[in-house]
Design a binder for this molecule. Structure first.
Ligand SMILES: [Zn+2]
Length: 315
């Protein structure tokens, strides 16, 4: 088999961690023995990826109905406002999806722009929130140098087979003393340790690279950033209760048949989504008393997501 070099340190010394079958295709997920980055190995080709995304039902816009995510996006925008109090700061959200975070950031006084490859999601963001959305891949967009005070990359890095090239492009787009806010699933967190390959975020070929607070800091440092703060949080992740249910769906193969089946498009998918929204709200309600435990996990770096705040070096 043709092994891919590690997207972080280029080493070819990787050890198989999980094998997972999605859409009838088996993916191997390995851990680099040099830098400990976990990644799909071999990485899919650009053609495989574009074929996959073309056949995929784009349900991103459905998430706009999720009140839990709305709260998470408000929370993200407020945190950035605390770090960047300057009025009218320009903010670019890379992979902005249906625009919910951009809407929250605009309410905090930022001048916002989104960039998104998904046509349906971009259209939803424009229509629903009257936002400026560039419909493109970041590296293809060739945006002007030093044009943003803040660039956000929420749950995007893990989708990329070339995360380093994205980070250097973002570095170019940031103004001197600009801020990069990045969030990605934490493979070092408790849910990933509990559920292994059945963790809801082990989803190749969507998720290709899997970071920990350490590997995220390293890829940022190596691509010209100084990390100011790293923390683990639960923002996009479901409650542990619902994550357990999703892990069972993954373990039994039902997730593959029902959730990620490209043949079950539009209507049936939307119905399923309404059920999911109800389950999500119920599980949040049941989990509410356990939130302090979640905050304790975050303090130990065991939360389901890792966030870093970083600035371009020497600019
Ligand atoms: Zn490596």
């Amino acid at each position: 088999m043709n092994m891919s070099p590690c997207p972080l340190c280029k080493s070819k010394d990787a050890k198989l961690k999980h094998s997972k079958k999605i859409h009838g295709k088996k993916y191997d997920i390995a851990e680099c023995q040099k830098c400990r980055l976990t990644y799909v190995n071999p990485l899919p080709t650009q053609k495989e990826l574009s074929d996959f995304y073309t056949n995929q039902f784009d349900y991103t816009y459905l998430f706009a109905a999720n009140t839990r995510l709305k709260k998470a996006n408000n929370n993200r925008a407020k945190k950035i406002r605390e770090i960047k109090p300057q009025k009218n700061a320009t903010l670019l959200d890379v992979g902005c999806g249906s625009g919910q975070f951009l809407d929250a950031a605009r309410k905090q006084g930022f001048q916002v722009t989104g960039i998104e490859v998904g046509k349906d999601a971009a259209e939803h963001a424009r229509k629903t929130y009257d936002l400026t959305i560039i419909e493109s891949d970041l590296t293809a967009a060739k945006l002007p140098t030093a044009s943003y005070d803040i660039v956000c990359l929420h749950h995007v890095l893990e989708h990329l087979s070339n995360p380093a090239s994205y980070l250097s492009e973002i570095r170019r787009l940031l103004k001197p003393k600009g801020l990069l806010v990045i969030q990605t699933p934490n493979i070092g967190g408790l849910p990933s340790r509990l559920f292994g390959k059945n963790w809801e975020w082990i989803t190749p070929p969507k998720h290709l690279t899997y970071f920990t607070p350490k590997t995220l800091a390293r890829i940022l440092e190596e691509n010209g950033f100084t990390v100011e703060k790293t923390e683990t949080v639960r923002e996009d992740a479901h409650s542990l209760l619902l994550q357990t249910a999703f892990a069972a769906l993954h373990a039994t193969g039902l997730a593959d048949k029902v959730l990620y089946n490209p043949k079950r498009r539009n209507e049936s998918q939307s119905k399923l989504f309404s059920l999911y929204l109800i389950a999500d709200q119920i599980s949040e309600f049941i989990s509410a008393p356990f939130r302090p435990i979640g905050r304790l996990l975050d303090r130990e770096g065991l939360g389901p997501e890792v966030s870093s705040y970083a600035r371009p070096k020497g600019r």
